[in-house]
Design a protein around this ligand. Structure first.
Ligand SMILES: NC(=O)C1=CN([C@@H]2O[C@H](COP(=O)(O)OP(=O)(O)OC[C@H]3O[C@@H](n4cnc5c(N)ncnc54)[C@H](O)[C@@H]3O)[C@@H](O)[C@H]2O)C=CC1
Ligand SMILES: CC(=O)C(=O)O
Ligand SMILES: [Mg+2]
Length: 543
Protein backbone atom coordinates (compact mmCIF):
# COMPACT_ATOMS: atom_id res chain seq x y z
CA UNK A 1 0.00 0.00 0.00
CA UNK A 2 1.22 3.50 -0.76
CA UNK A 3 -0.14 6.61 0.83
CA UNK A 4 -1.18 8.98 -1.93
CA UNK A 5 -1.53 12.59 -0.92
CA UNK A 6 -4.87 13.60 -2.31
CA UNK A 7 -5.64 17.03 -1.00
CA UNK A 8 -9.31 17.61 -1.03
CA UNK A 9 -11.55 19.29 1.48
CA UNK A 10 -13.59 17.84 4.20
CA UNK A 11 -14.72 19.61 7.31
CA UNK A 12 -11.96 22.17 7.04
CA UNK A 13 -9.01 19.77 7.13
CA UNK A 14 -6.98 18.08 4.47
CA UNK A 15 -7.54 14.37 4.23
CA UNK A 16 -5.52 11.57 2.78
CA UNK A 17 -6.67 8.77 0.59
CA UNK A 18 -4.98 5.45 1.08
CA UNK A 19 -4.75 4.03 -2.39
CA UNK A 20 -3.61 0.63 -3.65
CA UNK A 21 -0.39 0.61 -5.65
CA UNK A 22 -0.26 1.39 -8.53
CA UNK A 23 -2.97 4.06 -8.43
CA UNK A 24 -5.84 3.25 -10.74
CA UNK A 25 -5.50 4.78 -14.21
CA UNK A 26 -7.81 7.77 -14.66
CA UNK A 27 -11.13 6.86 -16.20
CA UNK A 28 -11.26 7.18 -19.97
CA UNK A 29 -12.35 10.61 -21.08
CA UNK A 30 -11.30 12.42 -17.91
CA UNK A 31 -7.92 13.53 -19.24
CA UNK A 32 -6.98 14.73 -22.73
CA UNK A 33 -5.64 12.13 -25.19
CA UNK A 34 -2.11 13.54 -25.37
CA UNK A 35 -1.64 14.09 -21.63
CA UNK A 36 1.83 12.97 -20.59
CA UNK A 37 3.27 13.35 -17.11
CA UNK A 38 6.78 14.31 -18.27
CA UNK A 39 5.45 16.90 -20.68
CA UNK A 40 3.24 18.14 -17.84
CA UNK A 41 6.36 18.79 -15.74
CA UNK A 42 7.52 21.17 -18.47
CA UNK A 43 4.06 22.73 -18.60
CA UNK A 44 4.10 23.40 -14.85
CA UNK A 45 7.56 24.93 -15.11
CA UNK A 46 6.47 27.18 -17.97
CA UNK A 47 3.40 28.26 -16.03
CA UNK A 48 5.60 29.06 -13.03
CA UNK A 49 8.08 31.03 -15.11
CA UNK A 50 5.34 32.98 -16.87
CA UNK A 51 4.55 34.80 -13.61
CA UNK A 52 6.42 38.07 -13.05
CA UNK A 53 6.29 38.50 -9.31
CA UNK A 54 7.77 36.26 -6.62
CA UNK A 55 4.52 36.28 -4.65
CA UNK A 56 2.56 35.11 -7.73
CA UNK A 57 5.04 32.29 -8.18
CA UNK A 58 4.61 31.42 -4.49
CA UNK A 59 0.83 31.28 -4.89
CA UNK A 60 1.14 29.09 -7.97
CA UNK A 61 3.52 26.71 -6.18
CA UNK A 62 1.22 26.54 -3.12
CA UNK A 63 -1.64 25.58 -5.43
CA UNK A 64 0.54 22.96 -7.11
CA UNK A 65 1.64 21.52 -3.76
CA UNK A 66 -1.97 21.08 -2.72
CA UNK A 67 -3.23 19.72 -6.04
CA UNK A 68 -0.31 17.58 -7.10
CA UNK A 69 2.33 17.23 -4.36
CA UNK A 70 4.44 14.77 -6.31
CA UNK A 71 4.75 17.25 -9.19
CA UNK A 72 5.53 20.09 -6.78
CA UNK A 73 8.37 18.15 -5.15
CA UNK A 74 9.63 16.88 -8.50
CA UNK A 75 9.98 20.49 -9.65
CA UNK A 76 11.66 21.42 -6.35
CA UNK A 77 14.22 18.65 -6.69
CA UNK A 78 14.95 19.29 -10.35
CA UNK A 79 15.15 23.09 -9.98
CA UNK A 80 16.25 23.53 -6.39
CA UNK A 81 18.21 26.78 -6.92
CA UNK A 82 15.30 28.39 -8.76
CA UNK A 83 12.49 27.22 -6.49
CA UNK A 84 14.01 27.49 -3.00
CA UNK A 85 13.91 31.33 -2.98
CA UNK A 86 10.22 31.13 -3.98
CA UNK A 87 8.98 28.75 -1.31
CA UNK A 88 11.47 29.98 1.30
CA UNK A 89 13.40 33.19 1.96
CA UNK A 90 13.08 35.80 0.50
CA UNK A 91 9.59 35.21 -1.01
CA UNK A 92 8.19 33.41 2.03
CA UNK A 93 8.71 36.70 3.90
CA UNK A 94 6.24 38.49 1.58
CA UNK A 95 3.94 35.50 1.76
CA UNK A 96 3.88 35.64 5.56
CA UNK A 97 3.31 39.40 5.71
CA UNK A 98 0.34 38.93 3.34
CA UNK A 99 -0.67 35.46 4.54
CA UNK A 100 -4.21 36.42 5.57
CA UNK A 101 -4.78 38.10 2.21
CA UNK A 102 -3.42 35.39 -0.09
CA UNK A 103 -4.91 32.56 2.01
CA UNK A 104 -6.95 30.07 0.00
CA UNK A 105 -7.31 26.95 2.10
CA UNK A 106 -6.02 25.84 5.49
CA UNK A 107 -2.83 23.86 5.75
CA UNK A 108 -1.26 22.77 9.03
CA UNK A 109 -2.52 23.00 12.58
CA UNK A 110 -3.53 26.15 14.46
CA UNK A 111 -3.44 25.91 18.24
CA UNK A 112 -4.63 29.01 20.05
CA UNK A 113 -4.62 30.29 23.60
CA UNK A 114 -8.38 29.65 23.57
CA UNK A 115 -7.52 25.94 23.37
CA UNK A 116 -5.73 26.03 26.74
CA UNK A 117 -6.90 23.11 28.84
CA UNK A 118 -8.02 21.11 25.79
CA UNK A 119 -4.98 21.16 23.53
CA UNK A 120 -5.07 17.37 23.25
CA UNK A 121 -8.50 17.55 21.56
CA UNK A 122 -7.12 19.94 18.97
CA UNK A 123 -4.04 17.84 18.26
CA UNK A 124 -6.17 14.75 17.87
CA UNK A 125 -7.99 16.38 14.99
CA UNK A 126 -4.85 16.02 12.93
CA UNK A 127 -5.74 13.52 10.24
CA UNK A 128 -2.40 11.69 10.09
CA UNK A 129 -1.47 11.07 13.72
CA UNK A 130 0.35 7.78 13.17
CA UNK A 131 2.53 9.10 10.35
CA UNK A 132 3.58 12.28 12.19
CA UNK A 133 7.37 12.53 12.51
CA UNK A 134 8.35 16.19 12.31
CA UNK A 135 6.73 19.47 13.20
CA UNK A 136 7.87 23.04 12.75
CA UNK A 137 6.26 25.17 15.45
CA UNK A 138 6.24 28.96 15.47
CA UNK A 139 4.32 31.47 17.55
CA UNK A 140 4.76 34.06 14.78
CA UNK A 141 6.43 36.55 17.09
CA UNK A 142 9.64 37.13 15.07
CA UNK A 143 9.21 35.92 11.52
CA UNK A 144 12.54 36.26 9.67
CA UNK A 145 13.51 39.87 10.38
CA UNK A 146 9.93 41.04 9.81
CA UNK A 147 8.75 41.17 13.42
CA UNK A 148 5.50 39.98 15.01
CA UNK A 149 3.30 38.58 12.25
CA UNK A 150 0.94 36.69 14.55
CA UNK A 151 -0.81 33.78 12.93
CA UNK A 152 0.55 34.84 9.52
CA UNK A 153 3.72 33.13 10.70
CA UNK A 154 2.19 29.83 9.60
CA UNK A 155 3.83 30.46 6.22
CA UNK A 156 7.27 29.90 7.75
CA UNK A 157 6.34 26.52 9.25
CA UNK A 158 4.91 25.45 5.89
CA UNK A 159 7.98 26.68 3.99
CA UNK A 160 10.50 24.98 6.29
CA UNK A 161 8.62 21.69 6.07
CA UNK A 162 8.56 21.85 2.28
CA UNK A 163 12.35 22.00 2.51
CA UNK A 164 12.38 18.98 4.85
CA UNK A 165 10.56 17.03 2.15
CA UNK A 166 12.53 18.38 -0.81
CA UNK A 167 15.89 18.52 0.95
CA UNK A 168 15.89 15.37 3.05
CA UNK A 169 13.10 13.20 1.66
CA UNK A 170 10.92 13.31 4.77
CA UNK A 171 7.54 11.91 3.66
CA UNK A 172 5.08 14.80 3.11
CA UNK A 173 2.43 13.06 5.19
CA UNK A 174 4.87 12.92 8.15
CA UNK A 175 5.09 16.71 8.48
CA UNK A 176 2.94 19.01 10.65
CA UNK A 177 3.23 22.77 10.24
CA UNK A 178 2.01 24.41 13.44
CA UNK A 179 1.29 28.00 14.31
CA UNK A 180 0.52 28.88 17.91
CA UNK A 181 -1.95 31.75 18.08
CA UNK A 182 -1.11 33.64 21.25
CA UNK A 183 -2.27 36.97 19.89
CA UNK A 184 -0.20 39.64 18.14
CA UNK A 185 1.10 43.03 19.13
CA UNK A 186 1.02 44.24 15.53
CA UNK A 187 -1.83 46.73 15.42
CA UNK A 188 -2.28 46.72 11.64
CA UNK A 189 -3.17 43.02 11.82
CA UNK A 190 -5.56 43.55 14.72
CA UNK A 191 -7.25 46.23 12.60
CA UNK A 192 -7.30 44.16 9.41
CA UNK A 193 -10.68 42.53 8.76
CA UNK A 194 -8.98 39.77 6.77
CA UNK A 195 -6.47 38.86 9.51
CA UNK A 196 -6.89 35.19 10.33
CA UNK A 197 -5.75 35.17 13.95
CA UNK A 198 -7.20 36.05 17.31
CA UNK A 199 -7.90 39.76 17.70
CA UNK A 200 -6.00 40.25 20.93
CA UNK A 201 -2.59 41.35 22.15
CA UNK A 202 -0.04 38.67 22.98
CA UNK A 203 -0.69 36.89 26.25
CA UNK A 204 1.48 37.48 29.33
CA UNK A 205 4.66 35.47 29.97
CA UNK A 206 3.10 33.27 32.69
CA UNK A 207 0.09 32.53 30.46
CA UNK A 208 2.38 31.58 27.60
CA UNK A 209 4.47 29.38 29.88
CA UNK A 210 1.45 27.42 31.10
CA UNK A 211 0.23 27.08 27.52
CA UNK A 212 3.63 25.88 26.27
CA UNK A 213 3.92 23.29 29.06
CA UNK A 214 0.55 21.82 28.16
CA UNK A 215 1.28 22.02 24.43
CA UNK A 216 4.62 20.19 24.67
CA UNK A 217 3.19 17.54 26.96
CA UNK A 218 0.23 16.88 24.67
CA UNK A 219 2.37 16.91 21.52
CA UNK A 220 4.47 14.08 22.87
CA UNK A 221 1.44 12.19 24.17
CA UNK A 222 -0.39 12.50 20.85
CA UNK A 223 2.57 12.05 18.48
CA UNK A 224 5.05 9.77 20.27
CA UNK A 225 7.49 9.66 17.33
CA UNK A 226 7.54 13.40 16.69
CA UNK A 227 10.60 15.62 16.49
CA UNK A 228 9.88 19.33 17.09
CA UNK A 229 11.62 22.32 15.56
CA UNK A 230 10.99 25.68 17.24
CA UNK A 231 11.08 28.48 14.70
CA UNK A 232 11.03 32.25 14.84
CA UNK A 233 10.06 32.81 18.47
CA UNK A 234 11.02 36.25 19.78
CA UNK A 235 14.47 36.38 21.36
CA UNK A 236 13.74 35.74 25.04
CA UNK A 237 11.22 33.01 24.34
CA UNK A 238 13.53 31.34 21.83
CA UNK A 239 16.19 30.85 24.52
CA UNK A 240 13.71 30.20 27.31
CA UNK A 241 11.73 27.41 25.68
CA UNK A 242 14.77 25.72 24.19
CA UNK A 243 16.35 25.48 27.65
CA UNK A 244 13.05 24.48 29.27
CA UNK A 245 12.38 21.48 27.02
CA UNK A 246 15.62 20.36 25.39
CA UNK A 247 16.42 17.67 27.97
CA UNK A 248 12.80 16.51 28.16
CA UNK A 249 11.70 16.22 24.52
CA UNK A 250 13.30 15.81 21.09
CA UNK A 251 13.29 19.50 20.23
CA UNK A 252 15.72 22.02 18.78
CA UNK A 253 15.57 25.72 17.98
CA UNK A 254 16.46 26.35 14.37
CA UNK A 255 17.34 30.03 14.81
CA UNK A 256 19.75 29.37 17.66
CA UNK A 257 21.14 25.93 16.82
CA UNK A 258 20.47 25.50 13.08
CA UNK A 259 21.88 28.94 12.33
CA UNK A 260 24.83 28.32 14.65
CA UNK A 261 25.62 25.12 12.78
CA UNK A 262 25.31 26.54 9.28
CA UNK A 263 27.45 29.57 10.07
CA UNK A 264 30.13 27.53 11.83
CA UNK A 265 30.33 25.39 8.71
CA UNK A 266 30.73 28.32 6.29
CA UNK A 267 33.08 30.04 8.71
CA UNK A 268 35.36 27.00 8.88
CA UNK A 269 35.71 27.08 5.09
CA UNK A 270 36.07 30.88 4.94
CA UNK A 271 38.57 31.07 7.78
CA UNK A 272 40.92 28.63 6.03
CA UNK A 273 40.93 30.83 2.91
CA UNK A 274 41.33 34.01 4.97
CA UNK A 275 44.20 32.56 6.99
CA UNK A 276 45.91 31.30 3.83
CA UNK A 277 45.83 34.89 2.50
CA UNK A 278 46.92 36.60 5.73
CA UNK A 279 49.45 33.99 6.82
CA UNK A 280 47.93 34.14 10.32
CA UNK A 281 46.85 30.98 12.15
CA UNK A 282 43.18 30.04 12.35
CA UNK A 283 43.24 30.51 16.10
CA UNK A 284 43.84 34.26 15.70
CA UNK A 285 40.50 35.03 14.06
CA UNK A 286 38.47 37.79 15.71
CA UNK A 287 34.74 37.77 15.12
CA UNK A 288 32.44 40.74 15.41
CA UNK A 289 28.70 40.10 15.57
CA UNK A 290 26.42 42.91 14.47
CA UNK A 291 23.17 41.76 16.13
CA UNK A 292 23.05 39.95 19.45
CA UNK A 293 19.66 38.22 19.37
CA UNK A 294 18.73 34.56 19.22
CA UNK A 295 20.59 34.04 15.95
CA UNK A 296 23.64 36.20 16.82
CA UNK A 297 24.20 34.61 20.22
CA UNK A 298 23.32 31.14 18.84
CA UNK A 299 26.02 31.52 16.19
CA UNK A 300 28.52 32.98 18.66
CA UNK A 301 28.04 29.98 20.95
CA UNK A 302 28.53 27.57 18.06
CA UNK A 303 31.62 29.41 16.85
CA UNK A 304 33.19 28.73 20.23
CA UNK A 305 33.69 25.21 18.94
CA UNK A 306 35.61 26.58 15.93
CA UNK A 307 38.17 28.04 18.31
CA UNK A 308 38.27 25.06 20.62
CA UNK A 309 38.90 22.89 17.54
CA UNK A 310 41.98 25.10 16.94
CA UNK A 311 43.21 24.31 20.44
CA UNK A 312 42.04 27.43 22.28
CA UNK A 313 40.61 27.17 25.79
CA UNK A 314 36.94 28.05 26.37
CA UNK A 315 38.00 31.39 27.83
CA UNK A 316 40.33 32.19 24.91
CA UNK A 317 37.52 31.24 22.52
CA UNK A 318 35.05 33.47 24.33
CA UNK A 319 37.47 36.37 24.12
CA UNK A 320 37.72 36.04 20.33
CA UNK A 321 34.10 37.13 20.01
CA UNK A 322 32.54 40.62 20.30
CA UNK A 323 28.82 41.43 20.19
CA UNK A 324 27.09 44.59 19.03
CA UNK A 325 23.39 45.23 19.64
CA UNK A 326 21.12 48.22 19.07
CA UNK A 327 22.97 50.07 21.90
CA UNK A 328 26.43 49.42 20.41
CA UNK A 329 29.29 47.28 21.72
CA UNK A 330 28.13 44.86 24.43
CA UNK A 331 30.32 45.25 27.53
CA UNK A 332 29.84 44.81 31.27
CA UNK A 333 30.36 48.42 32.30
CA UNK A 334 27.50 49.47 29.99
CA UNK A 335 24.89 48.47 32.58
CA UNK A 336 22.08 45.91 32.74
CA UNK A 337 22.21 43.32 29.97
CA UNK A 338 19.73 40.71 28.75
CA UNK A 339 20.63 37.28 30.09
CA UNK A 340 21.59 35.80 26.70
CA UNK A 341 24.21 38.52 26.06
CA UNK A 342 26.05 38.17 29.35
CA UNK A 343 28.40 35.33 28.46
CA UNK A 344 29.97 37.23 25.56
CA UNK A 345 29.84 40.65 27.19
CA UNK A 346 33.35 42.19 27.31
CA UNK A 347 35.02 43.08 30.58
CA UNK A 348 38.13 44.52 28.88
CA UNK A 349 36.45 47.75 27.75
CA UNK A 350 35.49 50.39 30.30
CA UNK A 351 34.95 53.53 28.21
CA UNK A 352 31.78 55.30 27.10
CA UNK A 353 29.23 53.41 24.97
CA UNK A 354 30.68 52.69 21.54
CA UNK A 355 27.86 52.91 19.00
CA UNK A 356 29.46 53.56 15.61
CA UNK A 357 30.21 50.34 13.75
CA UNK A 358 33.25 52.00 12.16
CA UNK A 359 34.66 52.89 15.60
CA UNK A 360 33.98 49.36 16.81
CA UNK A 361 35.79 47.86 13.81
CA UNK A 362 38.70 50.17 14.48
CA UNK A 363 38.78 49.03 18.13
CA UNK A 364 38.21 45.27 17.62
CA UNK A 365 40.04 44.86 14.27
CA UNK A 366 37.92 41.85 13.36
CA UNK A 367 38.79 39.30 10.69
CA UNK A 368 35.09 38.54 10.31
CA UNK A 369 31.95 40.68 10.50
CA UNK A 370 28.67 38.79 10.85
CA UNK A 371 25.30 40.54 10.53
CA UNK A 372 22.21 39.21 12.33
CA UNK A 373 20.61 42.55 13.07
CA UNK A 374 17.76 43.00 10.53
CA UNK A 375 19.31 46.39 9.67
CA UNK A 376 19.33 46.89 5.89
CA UNK A 377 22.68 48.02 4.48
CA UNK A 378 24.24 48.42 7.93
CA UNK A 379 27.48 47.29 6.25
CA UNK A 380 28.00 50.57 4.41
CA UNK A 381 30.69 51.24 1.83
CA UNK A 382 32.91 52.63 4.62
CA UNK A 383 32.35 49.59 6.82
CA UNK A 384 33.19 47.17 4.00
CA UNK A 385 36.25 49.22 3.04
CA UNK A 386 37.40 49.29 6.67
CA UNK A 387 37.20 45.48 6.78
CA UNK A 388 39.15 45.27 3.50
CA UNK A 389 41.82 47.61 4.86
CA UNK A 390 42.52 45.35 7.86
CA UNK A 391 42.22 42.00 6.08
CA UNK A 392 43.51 40.76 2.72
CA UNK A 393 40.40 38.55 2.56
CA UNK A 394 37.71 39.90 4.88
CA UNK A 395 34.91 37.58 5.95
CA UNK A 396 31.55 39.34 5.58
CA UNK A 397 28.39 37.40 6.38
CA UNK A 398 25.27 39.61 6.18
CA UNK A 399 22.87 36.94 7.40
CA UNK A 400 19.61 38.80 8.06
CA UNK A 401 16.53 37.69 6.15
CA UNK A 402 14.73 38.32 3.91
CA UNK A 403 16.99 39.81 1.26
CA UNK A 404 15.68 43.37 1.72
CA UNK A 405 16.99 43.31 5.33
CA UNK A 406 20.44 42.03 4.41
CA UNK A 407 23.27 44.08 5.96
CA UNK A 408 24.79 44.44 2.47
CA UNK A 409 24.51 42.98 -1.01
CA UNK A 410 27.04 40.67 -2.63
CA UNK A 411 27.64 43.28 -5.35
CA UNK A 412 28.61 45.91 -2.74
CA UNK A 413 30.82 43.45 -0.87
CA UNK A 414 32.65 42.47 -4.07
CA UNK A 415 33.06 46.04 -5.27
CA UNK A 416 34.35 47.52 -2.00
CA UNK A 417 36.78 44.69 -1.26
CA UNK A 418 38.01 44.54 -4.87
CA UNK A 419 36.73 41.00 -5.22
CA UNK A 420 38.51 39.69 -2.10
CA UNK A 421 35.47 39.18 0.13
CA UNK A 422 34.59 35.79 1.62
CA UNK A 423 30.83 36.15 1.60
CA UNK A 424 27.71 34.39 2.79
CA UNK A 425 24.24 35.85 3.19
CA UNK A 426 21.01 34.57 4.70
CA UNK A 427 19.01 34.96 1.49
CA UNK A 428 20.42 34.31 -1.97
CA UNK A 429 22.21 36.93 -4.09
CA UNK A 430 23.21 36.58 -7.75
CA UNK A 431 26.81 35.78 -8.65
CA UNK A 432 29.07 38.65 -9.75
CA UNK A 433 31.61 39.15 -12.50
CA UNK A 434 34.76 40.83 -11.26
CA UNK A 435 37.76 41.50 -13.51
CA UNK A 436 36.77 38.67 -15.84
CA UNK A 437 36.17 36.19 -13.04
CA UNK A 438 32.86 34.85 -11.79
CA UNK A 439 32.50 35.12 -8.01
CA UNK A 440 29.88 33.07 -6.17
CA UNK A 441 28.09 34.15 -2.98
CA UNK A 442 27.49 31.58 -0.25
CA UNK A 443 24.06 31.16 1.28
CA UNK A 444 24.59 30.84 5.04
CA UNK A 445 21.09 29.68 5.80
CA UNK A 446 19.96 27.03 8.24
CA UNK A 447 18.16 25.32 5.34
CA UNK A 448 21.44 23.42 4.75
CA UNK A 449 21.25 21.99 8.28
CA UNK A 450 17.73 21.32 9.53
CA UNK A 451 16.65 18.81 6.84
CA UNK A 452 19.59 16.47 7.54
CA UNK A 453 19.47 17.04 11.30
CA UNK A 454 15.74 16.30 11.37
CA UNK A 455 16.07 13.22 9.18
CA UNK A 456 18.75 11.85 11.50
CA UNK A 457 16.61 12.55 14.56
CA UNK A 458 13.68 10.69 13.01
CA UNK A 459 15.66 7.67 11.80
CA UNK A 460 17.61 7.27 15.05
CA UNK A 461 14.43 8.06 17.05
CA UNK A 462 16.40 10.33 19.36
CA UNK A 463 15.10 11.25 22.80
CA UNK A 464 16.80 14.67 22.65
CA UNK A 465 18.98 16.79 20.37
CA UNK A 466 22.41 17.21 21.93
CA UNK A 467 25.02 19.91 21.27
CA UNK A 468 27.27 17.26 19.78
CA UNK A 469 24.58 16.36 17.25
CA UNK A 470 24.30 20.01 16.22
CA UNK A 471 28.08 20.29 15.93
CA UNK A 472 28.19 17.09 13.89
CA UNK A 473 25.67 18.56 11.43
CA UNK A 474 27.90 21.58 11.04
CA UNK A 475 31.16 19.71 10.49
CA UNK A 476 29.30 17.32 8.18
CA UNK A 477 28.19 20.26 6.05
CA UNK A 478 31.68 21.82 6.02
CA UNK A 479 33.19 18.51 4.91
CA UNK A 480 30.67 17.93 2.16
CA UNK A 481 32.26 20.44 -0.24
CA UNK A 482 33.57 18.71 -3.36
CA UNK A 483 37.00 19.53 -4.84
CA UNK A 484 35.26 21.32 -7.68
CA UNK A 485 33.24 23.47 -5.27
CA UNK A 486 36.40 24.29 -3.35
CA UNK A 487 38.19 25.25 -6.56
CA UNK A 488 35.36 27.71 -7.31
CA UNK A 489 35.93 29.27 -3.88
CA UNK A 490 32.53 28.17 -2.55
CA UNK A 491 31.91 28.19 1.20
CA UNK A 492 28.77 26.04 0.95
CA UNK A 493 27.91 23.22 -1.42
CA UNK A 494 25.63 23.80 -4.38
CA UNK A 495 22.02 23.65 -3.29
CA UNK A 496 21.05 21.23 -6.06
CA UNK A 497 23.07 18.57 -4.16
CA UNK A 498 20.91 19.07 -1.07
CA UNK A 499 19.75 15.45 -0.78
CA UNK A 500 23.29 14.09 -1.00
CA UNK A 501 24.38 16.63 1.60
CA UNK A 502 21.44 15.90 3.89
CA UNK A 503 22.24 12.17 3.74
CA UNK A 504 25.84 12.85 4.73
CA UNK A 505 24.81 15.21 7.53
CA UNK A 506 22.22 12.69 8.75
CA UNK A 507 24.89 9.99 8.96
CA UNK A 508 27.18 12.23 11.00
CA UNK A 509 24.32 13.27 13.30
CA UNK A 510 23.18 9.68 13.86
CA UNK A 511 26.73 8.74 14.86
CA UNK A 512 26.83 11.69 17.30
CA UNK A 513 23.45 10.66 18.74
CA UNK A 514 24.78 7.15 19.26
CA UNK A 515 27.85 8.51 21.06
CA UNK A 516 25.62 10.64 23.31
CA UNK A 517 23.38 7.63 23.97
CA UNK A 518 20.19 9.44 22.95
CA UNK A 519 19.36 7.16 19.98
CA UNK A 520 16.56 4.61 20.21
CA UNK A 521 17.19 2.61 17.00
CA UNK A 522 19.78 0.08 18.18
CA UNK A 523 19.93 -1.70 14.80
CA UNK A 524 21.55 1.39 13.24
CA UNK A 525 24.50 0.98 15.60
CA UNK A 526 25.61 -2.17 13.82
CA UNK A 527 25.74 -0.62 10.38
CA UNK A 528 29.01 0.49 8.79
CA UNK A 529 29.14 4.09 7.53
CA UNK A 530 28.49 2.93 3.97
CA UNK A 531 25.55 0.82 5.09
CA UNK A 532 24.18 3.71 7.12
CA UNK A 533 24.37 6.12 4.16
CA UNK A 534 22.66 3.57 1.94
CA UNK A 535 19.96 3.03 4.60
CA UNK A 536 19.39 6.79 4.83
CA UNK A 537 19.13 7.15 1.04
CA UNK A 538 16.73 4.28 0.86
CA UNK A 539 14.51 5.88 3.52
CA UNK A 540 14.25 9.16 1.61
CA UNK A 541 10.88 9.75 -0.01
CA UNK A 542 11.14 10.39 -3.73
CA UNK A 543 8.42 12.16 -5.69
N1 LIG B 1 20.75 33.12 7.84
C1 LIG B 1 20.02 32.37 8.63
O1 LIG B 1 19.96 31.14 8.51
C2 LIG B 1 19.25 33.04 9.70
C3 LIG B 1 19.05 34.38 9.73
N2 LIG B 1 18.35 34.97 10.72
C4 LIG B 1 18.10 36.38 10.61
O2 LIG B 1 18.79 37.07 11.61
C5 LIG B 1 18.07 38.24 11.94
C6 LIG B 1 18.01 38.36 13.44
O3 LIG B 1 17.28 37.27 13.97
P1 LIG B 1 17.21 37.06 15.55
O4 LIG B 1 18.56 37.04 16.14
O5 LIG B 1 16.38 35.90 15.82
O6 LIG B 1 16.45 38.40 15.96
P2 LIG B 1 16.52 39.15 17.32
O7 LIG B 1 15.42 40.12 17.31
O8 LIG B 1 16.61 38.15 18.41
O9 LIG B 1 17.93 39.92 17.27
C7 LIG B 1 18.19 41.09 16.56
C8 LIG B 1 19.45 41.71 17.14
O10 LIG B 1 19.83 42.81 16.33
C9 LIG B 1 20.14 43.90 17.19
N3 LIG B 1 19.93 45.16 16.51
C10 LIG B 1 18.76 45.75 16.21
N4 LIG B 1 18.99 46.95 15.68
C11 LIG B 1 20.32 47.13 15.67
C12 LIG B 1 21.16 48.18 15.26
N5 LIG B 1 20.67 49.30 14.75
N6 LIG B 1 22.48 48.03 15.39
C13 LIG B 1 22.98 46.88 15.90
N7 LIG B 1 22.24 45.86 16.30
C14 LIG B 1 20.91 45.98 16.19
C15 LIG B 1 19.19 43.74 18.36
O11 LIG B 1 19.67 44.48 19.48
C16 LIG B 1 19.25 42.25 18.56
O12 LIG B 1 20.37 41.95 19.35
C17 LIG B 1 16.71 38.14 11.24
O13 LIG B 1 16.72 38.94 10.09
C18 LIG B 1 16.63 36.71 10.84
O14 LIG B 1 15.91 36.52 9.63
C19 LIG B 1 17.86 34.25 11.77
C20 LIG B 1 18.01 32.90 11.80
C21 LIG B 1 18.67 32.19 10.74
C1 LIG C 1 16.40 31.43 8.11
C2 LIG C 1 15.70 31.65 9.36
O1 LIG C 1 15.42 30.72 10.09
C3 LIG C 1 15.36 32.99 9.74
O2 LIG C 1 15.74 33.94 9.06
O3 LIG C 1 14.71 33.14 10.78
MG1 LIG D 1 14.02 31.28 11.56
Amino acid sequence: MTIVLTPYWSNGVQKLKVAPQPPAAPKRGLIPAAFDRDVHTERCLLQLRSKDKGIEKYIYLSYLKNEDPAMFYKLCLEHMAEITPLIYTPTVGDACVNFSHIFRRPEGLYVSIKDKGKIRDVLQNWPRIDEARISVVTDGSRILGLGDLGVNGMGISIGKLSLYVAGAGIRPESTIPICLDLGTNTQRYLDDPLYLGLRQKRVSDPEMEAFMDEFMHEMTATFPKLMIQFEDFSTDNAFKYLERYRKQYPVFNDDIQGTGAVVLSGFLNAAKLASAASGKPLSTHRILFFGAGSAGVGVASQLMSFFTLQGLSQEEARRSIWLVDSQGLVYNARGRLAEHKKYFSRNDYQGPPMTSLLDIIDYVRPTALLGLSTITNAFTTEVIEAMALINPRPILFPLSNPVKLSECSFAAAVEHTRGQVLFASGSPFPEQEYQGKTLYPGQGNNMYIFPGLGLAAILARVSQVTDTMVEASSLGLANSLTDEERSLGLLYPQVNRIREISAFIAKEVIRAAQKSGVDRSPDLRNKSDAELISFINQKMWKP
